[in-house]
Design a protein around this ligand. Structure first.
Ligand code: SF4
Length: 291
């Protein structure tokens, strides 16, 4: 029988837990609402909230007059917030406080005269949202070789919250080296989220004592993908799965020690189902009626 060990830190982060709680409270108190994009990158969570009346929309035009719209934990651009107000919609703002801090940092640095470089995935909703607060004085990139337009004060470097602090530091150092002497000032502000880093560290720690790692989370979740990369980099056999039913018997042996970790948008019940599946052993060993 395999032994299953969970990472010390895994699954829902504080920001996602808070967002789901805010939506659930709103559903109970005011009834159905619309979320601008998926509230978190996890179909289990989105489906569960949809059953309670939270419908995902991609544009504010889909929200009827007088309706309620929720901004996700990833936050939204300045123009989106203004448009919600202009349309007279009721706003439920679940922007994670750590994302909010990154937005405020971006806005402040741009106002102070810096060209803002945001280390992150340009198409990610959080990145697009943070950039909008620079009012056109920022760009997003993951390459320190990118041409960056400086402001009169110089260049400020910040990060998408879910990037690892180490990767951000490497990026910032490489960019700063390239810009040295060419701009008046280079300022680096670490806007990474400590919650994500704690998951990476806990997974690396777990990797030291297990034969295989299972990373649970949506394929659309940037922090889950990065968590899986971190696990693979340890050299331990790593499987990325969205749910327990994706697990194949050939992935683990009977006497192995198996580690489980999960991205910040993965709910507790999905993680527990994975643990139960692995503890149950190979399919033929699972007692009849227990799956
Ligand atoms: S990972 Fe961090 S920044 Fe993102 S929602 Fe969770 S707590 Fe907030």
């Amino acid at each position: 029988m395999s032994e299953v060990v969970k990472a010390e830190v895994l699954g829902f982060c504080g920001g996602v837990r808070r967002a789901v709680r805010l939506i659930e409270t709103e559903l109970e108190e005011r009834g159905p609402l619309f979320t601008l994009g998926a509230i978190v990158h996890n179909s289990h969570v989105v489906d569960a909230l949809a059953c309670k009346g939270a419908r995902v929309v991609e544009s504010l035009e889909e929200v009827p007059v007088g309706g309620t719209v929720a901004i996700t934990a990833h936050g939204a651009g300045e123009g989106v917030v203004a448009e919600i107000e202009r349309r007279g919609l009721h706003l439920v703002d679940t922007t994670c406080p750590i994302v909010r801090r990154a937005q405020e940092t971006a806005a402040r640095l741009a106002e102070e005269g810096f060209g803002v470089v945001l280390y992150g995935e340009a198409t990610h909703p959080e990145v697009r949202g943070i950039l909008s607060w620079t009012r056109g004085r920022g760009i997003a990139t993951q390459s320190p070789e990118t041409d960056v337009p400086p402001g009169p004060r110089g260049v400020a470097i910040i990060s998408q919250t879910t990037k690892s602090p180490e990767m951000f530091a490497q990026f910032a150092q490489a960019l700063a080296r390239r810009l040295a002497g060419r701009v008046p000032e280079i300022r680096v502000v670490d806007t990474t989220c400590p919650e994500t880093g704690r998951r990476y560290q806990a997974a690396e720690e777990l990797a030291k004592s297990v034969d295989a790692l299972f990373v649970v989370g949506s394929r659309g979740s940037a922090n889950t993908r990065k968590l899986a990369e971190t696990c693979r980099a340890t050299g331990v056999r790593t499987h990325s799965i969205e749910s327990a039913d994706e697990i194949e018997d050939s992935w683990f042996g009977e006497e192995e020690r198996l580690g489980v970790t999960a991205g910040a948008s993965t709910p507790d019940d999905v993680i527990e189902a994975v643990v139960r599946r692995l503890e149950g052993g190979k399919s033929t060993d699972v007692p009849r009626g227990s799956t």
